[in-house]
Design a protein around this ligand. Structure first.
Ligand SMILES: Nc1nc2c(ncn2[C@@H]2O[C@H](COP(=O)(O)OP(=O)(O)OP(=O)(O)O)[C@@H](O)[C@H]2O)c(=O)[nH]1
Ligand SMILES: [Mg+2]
Length: 293
């Protein structure tokens, strides 16, 4: 499998020879890495006071993506954090919200966390630290020592386990968690990670694409607290099915590419396929690393 350009701690030093290394090698050491935090929010006015003020002050920008909330989500966000950037989404769903946030972001690093108080902004340094140490993509996990959840029932935990096994068989990875909203990655990975996923399957899509593209993925233990107020927007069976469909579709795309079966969709710019078919010196991703589309 072809590797994601510039991935890996070791390969980063090789990369410096051809200019394709880890972004830290290419940046001005005096320049601080800018971190964008994306917070999707749908009717989370009563939870935002437990989230936004806890985002560390060194974060470059906070982007709240409002899903058309009927409560005072946007007003509360602006009152809590006057510098917050509020963005609207084009289509319904958490995945569409995150992708609107990704497009609006300007940071070198993009991190996602939830607005319901489940994910703790105080954990951000662990995510950013792993990226600075050489990871391409850092995913939170509730199922590693140091992590945990008080917000996931037995059925969802069982479903998560089954889906993880599927990913293991289909993509060869050994993820300990699959559908968790706390993740971070370098901007240069965005063209590979973002795609056709409007709902809660967005995290699975990013996780399997990171694997298939050969990114250096690091799991960081994270604790998911119970949502503080309000109701979940996730439907276990409906969204579970969407996750399953996403795994199957991504697997088929990878297999089709490997077999050289270039369907119209594949040849017209599926990002995962482009990443995998990039020359090993990573020319395809070179422009993207510099923020050029
Ligand atoms: N902008 C936007 N945000 C959304 C949408 N759907 C969910 N969210 C947000 O995405 C985050 C995760 O959604 P939750 O409903 O908490 O899903 P969950 O964490 O799987 O479910 P619980 O564990 O029960 O909280 C929350 O911040 C939601 O407000 C949407 O359609 N648009
Ligand atoms: Mg939640």
């Amino acid at each position: 499998m072809r590797r994601f350009a510039g991935s890996g701690l070791g390969p980063a030093s090789n990369g410096s020879a051809n200019g394709n290394g880890h972004p830290l090698e290419r940046r001005d050491p005096a320049r601080t890495v800018r971190v964008s935090v994306i917070v999707p929010a749908l009717n989370e006015a009563s939870n935002l006071p437990h989230v936004l003020p806890r985002i560390p002050p060194w974060v470059h920008e906070v982007i709240l993506v409002d899903g058309g909330s009927a409560d005072r989500t946007v007003e509360v966000a602006r009152a809590l954090l006057p510098q917050v950037r509020v963005v609207a989404q084009e289509r319904p769903g958490k995945g569409a919200a995150l992708q609107a946030g990704f497009r609006a972001s300007t940071g070198d690093i993009i991190a996602t966390l939830d607005a319901d108080g489940s994910t703790d902004p105080a954990e951000l340094p662990a995510f950013v630290g792993c990226l600075l140490a050489g990871a391409d993509f850092v995913k939170g996990t509730r199922f590693m020592q140091g992590g945990g959840t008080e917000d996931m029932g037995a059925v969802r935990q069982g479903g998560n386990w089954v889906l993880r096994q599927l990913v293991r068989v289909a993509f060869g990875g050994r993820y300990s968690d699959l559908c968790y909203g706390y993740n971070a990655f370098w901007r240069r990975a965005l063209p590979v990670l973002s795609g056709d996923a409007d709902g809660f399957e967005i995290e699975t899509l990013m996780n399997v694409r990171a694997l298939a593209a050969g990114m250096r993925v690091v799991e960081v233990p994270s604790f998911e607290a119970r949502r503080i107020h309000g109701l979940s927007k996730l439907s276990t069976w409906q969204d579970g099915y969407r996750v399953l469909r996403t795994i199957a579709r991504e697997r088929l795309e990878v297999r089709a590419r490997r077999r050289g079966v270039a369907s119209r969709r594949l040849s017209s710019g599926s990002p995962i396929v482009e990443a995998m078919s990039a020359p090993s010196n990573g020319r395809v991703l070179e422009g993207q690393r510099d923020g050029r589309e």
